[in-house]
Design a protein around this ligand. Structure first.
Ligand code: ATP
Length: 347
């Protein structure tokens, strides 16, 4: 349960105001005037500004600090969210292009590390949201169960190398969960930022993971986003990983599910950092010496890439292995986001 779940918007604002050292985008962009003119608005899914800002107010060390309560929050609270979105994605205006996955038969690249010495594994994921449901702060247990049912029905239509099996978290043994998490397949409920945003309400109900039979295509159900499509494998073959993901996206788009989208913002996700393409392409790569350089952060910033620890966001590196991924997901196409990551990794 989120600690700030019962705090009013004014009480949350007081916390944010007191957090003088906060560097979050919420702190930077939510002025008192904006707060006052938005705090009593309610979105079509009954989401409020308090729902959006709770995590950032309770966790002043957030990077972003604001989530969308539901797809309509991007319209209802646009005055608050738009400046954060522009700042995170480094764009002057919100003008996200139409999806373009590129020509997967002629990508012009394949394995980024044929020697097999540097890249441990490669993963590309996108997020998708059901158009007719809110995000975690406004969801009920029944909503989660219903979404899970609809998602599983769509996943059962997958064919060939994408076909597989759904594993609900409810009823999964602790040992199996731990093994799947250690193997980088499964998510858990340990992110305090997401917890405070309501991301773990009713845990583990409605959550689960789908695996294709070769375990290279996965779907996370009701983690941070309603859906995360993930393609991953050992080694550095970004071409194979990406091509598999694009095929899966196309298959699931024609499976009867309707995904939330908005003109100029692309696909809608719970966290504004994931909007647009929603694509994060990453490698786990051994770079102990580079990462020890004092200007490593600037190096990454210059290339629009992000370094994370190997157990997910907000974790540390282990043995000099880092998760390197594209930082921007909005204002460029899917294939451009992928190329940005590829250039960064090659550099
Ligand atoms: N290239 C990769 N190879 C193997 N595992 C990976 C790779 N990239 C990410 N992972 C694993 O995926 C899991 C999720 O990581 P993480 O939460 O950072 O990213 P995400 O799923 O893209 O979501 P978000 O950006 O919302 O946090 C972790 O277990 C992480 O180790």
């Amino acid at each position: 349960m989120a600690q700030g779940a019962n705090l009013t918007a004014d009480e949350l604002w007081a916390k944010l105001e007191a957090a003088k050292d906060s560097k979050s985008l919420l702190k930077k962009h939510l002025t008192k005037t904006l707060f006052d003119s938005n705090k009593d608005k309610v979105s079509k899914f009954k989401g409020t500004l308090a729902d959006c800002m709770r995590s950032g107010c309770m966790n002043p060390d957030s990077g972003v600090g604001i989530y969308a309560s539901d797809p309509d929050a991007y319209t209802t609270f646009a005055e608050v969210l738009d400046p954060v979105i522009k700042d995170y994605h480094k764009v002057d205006s919100l003008n996200h292009p139409k999806p373009d996955f590129g020509d997967v038969d002629n990508l012009g690249f394949g394995d980024l590390d044929p020697s097999g010495e540097l890249i441990v594994s490669t993963r590309v994921r996108v997020g998708r949201s059901h158009a007719s449901y809110g995000f975690p702060p406004v969801l009920t247990k029944e909503d989660r169960v219903e979404m899970e049912r609809k998602t599983v029905a769509a996943l059962e239509t997958l064919k060939g190398e994408l076909a597989g099996e759904y594993n609900p978290l409810t009823g999964m043994t602790a040992d199996k969960q731990k093994q799947l998490t250690d193997d980088h397949f499964l998510f858990n409920d340990s992110d305090r930022f997401l917890r405070e945003a309501g991301g773990y309400n009713d845990w583990p109900t409605g959550r689960g993971i789908f695996f294709s039979s070769n375990k290279k295509f996965l779907v996370w159900v009701n983690e941070e986003d309603h859906l995360r499509f993930i393609s991953m494998q050992m080694g550095g073959n970004l071409g194979e990983v990406y091509t598999r993901l694009v095929k899966a996206i196309k298959a699931l788009e024609s499976s009867g599910l309707e995904f939330a989208k908005k003109d100029n913002l692309g696909y809608l996700t719970f966290c504004p950092s994931n909007l647009g393409t929603t694509l994060r392409a990453s490698v786990h790569i051994k770079i102990p010496k580079l990462a020890a350089q004092p200007d490593f952060k600037e190096f990454c910033d210059k290339l629009n890439i992000q370094a994370r620890g190997i157990h997910g966001e907000h974790t540390e590196s282990v043995g000099g292995v880092y998760d390197i991924s594209n930082k921007r997901r909005l204002g460029l196409t899917e294939i451009q986001a992928l190329q940005e990551m590829r250039t960064g990794v090659e550099e």
